[in-house]
Ligand binder design. Structure first.
Ligand code: ARG
Length: 589
């Protein structure tokens, strides 16, 4: 089925056409003044301008036709010629009934599905994940789920940072600490030990030490650069050691992502482009795109209309090592050729905007990505603490993702105890619920603002079971499910929907019919915040409805059955909304 606003646009466009105006004036949107009508059309103003006529008169002509339409209830005109529309109860009821009996809740699959790659996560091997990686994971996961639900063929790729200077730093730090390991002996012919010489704990200690030493001492930095280059050239001992760093890190990352309920289809990284880089560079050279500049190999990406200077993209350093942009370009090549990507969405910190502008231009200009392939940076802002500065530990350091997840889970446990939630369950179940409540806290707080904005993570506020929070939405969904279970246990079935008998009931229905538009809006803007807003508004509406109507004790059986059906539909819509946000809902709490 089309979305409701699409259907209303059709009806209104017909009316404009019948009055002798262009159909395009018939666009209908959800009203920003719901007190005047649930939907509105502003086309009469533009039509009047084009026809040098009186807008109210046109609006009146159109409104007269609309009033006669069965789908519509009250039609009124406001101000200079806005048309306000309300739905006829029978039409609304049928619409909700159709959604309620549809396994997609009335949300159509997208008409032209594409092969979509979502690049998100982006953790770096041997460096602990921190709050910056949190946003990429949370937003990317949601955008991926939305795209998939709409019927795109979607692949989520974690795109590990595993090929840069940090790898060389670690290798030379290891060589400094344990020079006798076979990895550093050029004569050694293998096989290299199967067991990793380092644990994740070692790596997390080594990287900052190595990086600090390199900053202080240029010879250490040179050694790290040389090691990076040798690694990229395929020196066997370095590759073997790199593999250990990689594997040890991935175990850790997978555990963190599992806690977050974030899943990737592909665990590729910068290093996976290694075998196509030489060819890519050749191609750019031969095509006349790449040229030498001060020893380095670069490519121009500036365009005549640029407001600020866009410097050339660096492809190879003077020592021959590849850079972040080189691997990103090669990854586009891989995604276009091997994955047949038609759209690639990069969910990465907004501050990397210039980098992606360079890379995307280089890809399109050189033909690595045909013009038809859309490359898009869906940038996000910073998560700040309540002091308005980037979120830090109490000691002022960067907070590890793991510690943050522990923090919110502990807070959830505390809140649950206060509210006596899950009090009688065994410890395992309570812990599982606390994790879900904790992650809901984190995710909802992150997703509720448009991704491009910075936001303040106020743990006290966002962990509350009341207000615009993840825990509130979870609690509402779980409670609504328990009402349905109770009804089923008493043998009370749901039935077909009756036209709404109260304003509250009507409001619930009107929320449900919004779903389709909201999901599409969220996808179009790569903006899960629309779903957050919708979920909250659905939850409060449902809670009010439930509060005003005594569903289980209602004597009128047809009415009760209708309310139960409406509640069940509401639960499904809320669960779908939460699922698209990547928020897990416990069975009970
Ligand atoms: N590893 C990078 C970082 O930590 C993010 C990678 C984003 N994705 C990409 N294709 N560049 O900043």
């Amino acid at each position: 089925m089309p979305s409701l606003t699409e259907r209303l646009t059709e009806i209104t466009s017909d009316a404009f056409a019948e009055c002798g105006y262009d159909r395009r004036y018939g666009a209908v949107n959800v009203s920003d003044r719901p007190d005047l009508g649930q939907f509105q059309c502003n086309g009469a103003l533009a039509a009047a301008k084009a026809h040098k006529a009186n807008p109210r008169q046109i609006a009146q002509q159109v409104a007269d036709l609309l009033t006669a339409n069965d789908a519509l209830g009250e039609v009124s005109i406001a101000g200079p010629g806005f048309i306000n529309l309300s739905l006829a109860s029978a039409f609304l009821t049928n619409w909700v009934q159709a959604a309620a009996t549809d396994d997609r809740l009335g949300v159509d699959r997208i008409s032209a599905p594409q092969k979509v790659v979502i690049d998100y996560g982006g953790p770096n091997v041997a460096k602990p994940m921190h709050v910056g990686h949190l946003r990429a994971a949370i937003i990317g996961e949601s955008v991926k789920r939305i795209a998939r639900f709409l019927g795109h063929d979607v692949v989520g790729d974690v795109h590990l940072g595993d090929w840069g200077l940090q790898m060389g730093m670690l290798i030379s730090e290891m060589a400094h600490r344990q020079p006798d390991l076979p990895y550093f002996n050029p004569e050694f012919t293998g096989p290299y030990p199967e067991k990793s010489p380092v644990t994740i704990g070692d790596l997390e200690e080594m990287y900052p030490t190595a990086s600090a030493r390199a900053q202080e001492d240029p010879s250490v930095m040179d050694a790290a650069r040389a090691a990076t280059f040798a690694l990229q050239q395929g020196r066997p001992g370095y590759r073997a050691l790199w593999q250990h760093f990689h594997d040890v890190s991935i175990v850790e990352m997978k555990a963190d992502y599992a806690t977050l309920n974030v899943e990737f289809d592909l665990w590729l990284g910068e290093s996976d482009t290694q075998d196509r880089i030489a060819r890519l560079i050749d191609r750019l050279r031969h095509g006349g795109f790449a040229y030498k500049s001060e020893g380095a190999l670069v490519m121009d990406v500036a365009e005549p209309g640029d407001k600020k200077e866009i410097p050339p993209l660096m492809l190879l350093k003077s020592d021959g090592a590849v850079l972040y942009g080189t691997t990103d370009l090669a990854t586009i090549d891989q995604r276009v050729r091997d994955l047949n990507a038609e759209l690639v969405v990069y969910v990465v910190d907004r501050r990397q905007g210039d980098h992606f502008r360079q890379v995307f231009r280089a890809a399109h200009r050189s033909g690595i990505a045909p013009e038809s392939v859309r490359l898009e940076h869906a940038g996000f802002g910073t998560m700040n603490g309540t002091d308005g500065r980037p979120f830090k530990t109490r000691a002022g350091g960067v907070m590890k993702l793991k510690d943050l997840m522990q923090l919110v889970t502990d807070k959830a446990t505390e809140r649950m105890a206060e509210a006596e939630v899950a009090k009688d369950y065994d410890d395992d179940e309570r812990a599982a619920i606390a994790r879900m409540v904790g992650m809901a806290t984190l995710k909802y707080a992150d997703l509720m603002n448009h991704r491009s904005r910075d936001y303040v993570f106020d743990l006290d506020r966002f962990s509350s079971f009341e207000g615009r929070t993840g825990p509130y939405l979870l609690y509402t969904a779980v409670r609504a499910k328990s009402i349905l279970r109770k009804a089923a246990a008493r043998g009370l079935g749901s039935g077909s929907l009756l036209p709404p008998a109260s304003d509250m009931e009507r409001s619930v229905m009107l929320k449900i019919v919004d779903l389709s538009d909201v999901v599409y809006r969220a996808w179009d803007g790569r903006a899960p915040n629309h779903l957050c807003e919708f979920g909250y508004s659905l939850a409060t509406t449902f809670n009010r409805f439930y509060h005003e109507h005594h569903i289980l004790s209602e004597r009128d059986t047809a009415r009760r059955a209708s309310w139960l059906a409406l509640s069940a539909c509401c639960v499904r819509v809320l669960e779908l909304t939460l699922d698209l946000l990547g928020i897990e809902v416990p069975e009970r709490m």
